[in-house]
Design a protein around this ligand. Structure first.
Ligand code: FAD
Length: 410
């Protein structure tokens, strides 16, 4: 049994960023990161892998190289939480004690929820940018396609990077347009939700591309099964008060899996009603346990689940966790910022940036980047600037771009 001042569950975007941010502020705390995987992924790059812009290797690094100096890496999975005793249990039965716990194991991709999907993923024209080894298959399928029907699906919310399902479609269409084959391809977007994008300000620019690419929008149409060999996808569609099942033949289908809180979170005392870790949406402090914080995709805050959100959340959690550890209160607040760079064509992006309640929170003045319009500079940001900002800024705790707002003096 081991004990630490601070234990972080998950060494993904949120876990590494939070650890680095804490250790920048206080090098004296003992801090452990519990993370089973030897690999760390820059998932925002996967859209670009599917689009044939990045190699998949560009989005992976060894976890061991990212664990900040001064942190212990426990390479294992957390199985259960015992918050009343300030302890947790690993999958091998070992127990770890903490003064302060930070929970960020991400979101679960529920491939099994779609009947027939796991068996056929990565073959028969069935792909997804939501997997490191799958995104290159998107690139190959799009390159080879010259005619037929291409389906792109979006499951019910919440999902990480809500724009990613349509980004895959736009980048595919752009390539088909360039090759002159777009008129031979029937492009269908099936969205379990009822709108193209949750923040209205960005919809007009997106609709221009929907029209340009002649993509057909099917709302409240939820993928429930795939028969890979017959190349048939089954959707449940709202029809007034009832639902009907519709079968669609495809030549390629880009699937975004349904997503839920990880099982060990959902079944733990930390979970709120939705299954995610129940936190105050401003301080990111647990609603019941004062010495627990959560950030990233696993927390209940209603922001857009993105790495961009994590970039702003990590310093808020660092300030608040250290303050509470020292007997103070959670003083820093997060405004719900999240960002979704919508890759509408290769070379242009509609840069959605917004906070709680859909409030627009642009990082740049309008004359430089108007987020509601397609922009070349935004593409440069995604293609060239943001990956190093992630590896060398966010994961190192360099926060020149984010100053946590405090409601009271710390
Ligand atoms: P993750 O980075 O997923 O890390 C979770 C970690 O927890 C993992 O390392 C996992 O191994 C670990 N873990 C899981 N279970 C356990 C356990 N039991 N015990 C211990 N550790 C555990 N964001 C953007 O900002 N912009 C984008 O353009 C963008 N595009 C995206 C496109 C795609 C295709 C995808 C998939 C994501 C995209 N995102 C984007 C979202 C972004 O990647 C996530 O929001 C971000 O990675 C969340 O960080 P996290 O640390 O919460 O989760």
């Amino acid at each position: 049994n081991r004990n630490f001042n601070i234990v972080i569950v998950g060494g993904g975007s949120a876990g590494i960023a939070a650890a680095a941010s804490i250790l920048k502020r206080n090098r004296k705390v003992s801090l452990a990161i519990i993370e089973p995987s030897s690999d760390h992924y820059y998932q925002p790059g996967w859209t670009m892998v599917g689009g044939g812009v990045f190699s998949k290797e560009f989005t992976r690094r060894d976890e061991s190289r990212l664990i900040p100096n001064g942190a212990d890496w426990i390479q294992s999975s957390v199985a259960t939480f015992e918050p009343e005793e300030n302890k947790l249990t690993l999958s091998d039965g070992a127990r770890i004690g903490y003064d302060m716990l930070i929970v960020c194991p991400g979101i679960k991709l529920d491939w099994e929820a779609i009947k027939g999907l796991p068996e056929t993923l990565g073959q028969n024209g069935v792909t997804s940018n939501y997997g490191y080894n799958l995104a290159p298959y998107t690139n190959r399928l799009v390159k080879d396609m010259t005619k037929g029907r291409a389906l792109f699906t979006q499951p019910p919310m919440p999902i990480k990077c809500a724009g990613a399902p349509q980004k895959a479609m736009y980048l595919s269409c752009y390539r088909w347009e360039k090759e002159g084959v777009l008129p031979n391809i029937d492009v269908q977007f099936h969205n379990a939700g009822g709108v193209l994008f949750g923040v209205e300000a960005y919809v007009p620019a997106l609709m221009e591309y929907i029209e340009r690419y002649n993509a057909h929008l099917n709302f409240t149409s939820n993928l429930v099964a795939i028969d890979g060999e017959r190349k048939i996808a089954t959707f449940e569609q709202k029809d007034g008060d009832s639902t009907k099942r519709v079968e669609e033949a495809f030549d390629m289908i880009h699937v975004v899996p349904p997503q839920t809180a990880p099982d060990f979170i959902r079944s733990s005392p930390l979970a709120g009603e939705t299954g995610f870790v129940a936190v105050d949406q401003a301080t990111l402090q647990h609603t019941k346990y004062a010495n627990i914080f959560s950030l990233g995709d696993a927390c209940s805050a209603p922001n857009a689940k993105t790495a961009a959100a994590v970039r702003k959340q990590a310093p808020v959690v660092a300030v608040n966790a250290l303050s509470v550890l020292n007997g103070g209160e959670a003083v820093a607040e997060y405004d719900g910022y999240g960002s979704c760079p919508l890759t509408v064509e290769r070379g242009k992006i509609v840069l959605a940036e917004f906070g709680y309640g859909g409030k627009l929170l642009p990082s740049f003045p309008d004359w430089l980047i108007d987020g509601t319009r397609p922009s070349r500079l935004s593409w440069l940001l995604k293609d060239t600037i943001l990956p190093p900002v992630y590896w060398h800024g966010m994961l190192k705790g360099r926060e020149w771009m984010v100053k946590p707002q405090t409601k009271r003096a710390a």
